[in-house]
Design a binder for this molecule. Structure first.
Ligand code: 0PR
Length: 365
């Protein structure tokens, strides 16, 4: 460390110069995060010092976390759902698998997970010493329920389905999977980290939530399409007992037990997440999601007029394509199968899409 501190001016001009090295959002087509909504930023700043890890010291903030869980529970057809604000999809998925393992209490537990699953499940299996059984996908990149059923045995503690896959933006057949989970008595976790803040706001969308009786838990990330500040994820469970299975004693805190993974937890981004929901309401979210979907379809149409064909018709705002040359400064991503992947987040507005298409036209003639 420096012996003598910097002046505030020098410090902040240094920080700003580093921030300027970051990529401008106007060129980011590869991210599932976006510029936070102004009300999320305002709420975040207002709750900067709050710590949900010691709820007795922050009862007001804690009640806002409860309200966030209540709002999302209702959005996903279970107003009585329990849950808490996590740091994002990775933590929610780790905790879901941890609950499932705890509840099953088998000696050599395995989990049945689609090939399309986010890499956070690999981390979860590694940490929790779970055998990961991978389910093949159908031609539309969705998990095949029959293959899932065949992989389940008495040591299976959890099956996972994805509502809005990271790479292709499709929804697994959650309804069928829920039936299988119910039949076989297996804990069923739905990873709706991305799709959870998209699907409820579409006119027509596949069912993926707690209205399906087999769904045991659900992960949703306000820091993705919920336009909250980072980090903001939420893990929801049908039965309170599932979360309680993770409780540890916290004798010197204001509450005597906790089931979270992190100890100290930001109130700021959780309140930011709630602020966006309260401010926009269903109406506002529908408008934003409709805009993102319109841009996704325009992108697909535009690319196809240049002979770059789509890989799949997505359920959410992720578009994937065959080979194409991408000029700088555009930031895009490529799936494990080699498809070009573009995510139409709220910052990727109509003007951005048109300017991208123009560049693609010039470089792929
Ligand atoms: N589940 C799904 C379906 C996801 O898409 C993601 C992340 C996760 C879980 C894990 O969430 P956290 O990263 O919040 O723990 N999906 C994006 C991805 O890996 C995350 C992302 C966001 C990556 C912005 C890059 C980026 O610039 O692609």
């Amino acid at each position: 460390m420096r012996e003598k501190g910097l002046s505030e001016d020098t410090l902040f001009s240094f920080l700003l110069s580093k921030k300027k090295e970051d990529i401008d959002h106007a060129h980011i087509l590869s991210s599932m995060c976006t510029i936070p909504h102004p009300v999320a930023v305002r709420a975040h700043l207002q709750f900067m010092e709050t710590n949900l890890g010691d709820p007795g010291l922050f009862p007001g903030t804690t009640s806002l976390e409860r309200l966030l869980v209540e709002r999302l529970g209702a959005l996903f057809s279970l107003p009585s759902a329990c849950g808490y604000a996590t740091s994002g999809g990775t933590e929610s998925n780790i905790q879901a698998l941890r609950m499932a393992r705890q509840l099953a209490g088998v000696e050599r537990p395995n989990v049945v997970i689609p090939e399309s699953a986010h890499f956070s499940f690999q981390k979860a299996c590694d940490i929790l010493c779970l055998e990961m059984r991978t389910v093949a996908l159908d031609s539309g990149f969705r998990m095949d329920p029959q293959s899932a059923r065949e992989l389940i045995d008495r040591n299976t503690c959890c099956m996972v389905g994805i509502a809005g896959t990271t790479e292709y933006g499709v929804v697994d057949p959650i309804s069928e999977l829920s039936g299988i989970a119910k039949d076989l008595g297996v804990f069923f976790h739905v990873d709706a980290a991305f799709g959870g803040m998209v699907l409820p706001f579409l006119k027509h969308s596949p069912v993926f939530d707690f209205s399906l009786p087999g769904v045991s838990s659900l992960a949703v990330d306000p820091h993705k399409m919920g336009m909250s500040t980072i980090p903001a994820g939420v893990l929801l469970v049908r039965e309170r007992e599932s979360l309680c299975s993770l409780s540890v004693d916290t004798p010197y805190l204001t509450v005597k037990q906790e089931f979270t993974l992190s100890g100290t937890r930001p109130g700021a981004s959780a309140v930011g997440a709630l602020a966006v929901l309260e401010f926009l309401g269903m109406e506002g979210m529908r408008d934003i999601v409709a805009g993102c979907m319109k841009n996704t379809y325009r992108l697909i149409d535009g690319m196809e007029t240049y002979g770059i064909s789509r890989a799949v018709i997505p359920d959410v705002n992720v578009a994937t394509f065959g080979p194409a040359r991408i000029p700088p400064p555009w930031k895009v991503s490529w799936t494990r199968r080699g498809h070009l992947r573009l995510v139409c987040m709220p910052h990727v507005h109509a003007g951005v899409v048109e300017s991208f298409l123009k560049d693609i036209g010039e470089h792929n003639a």
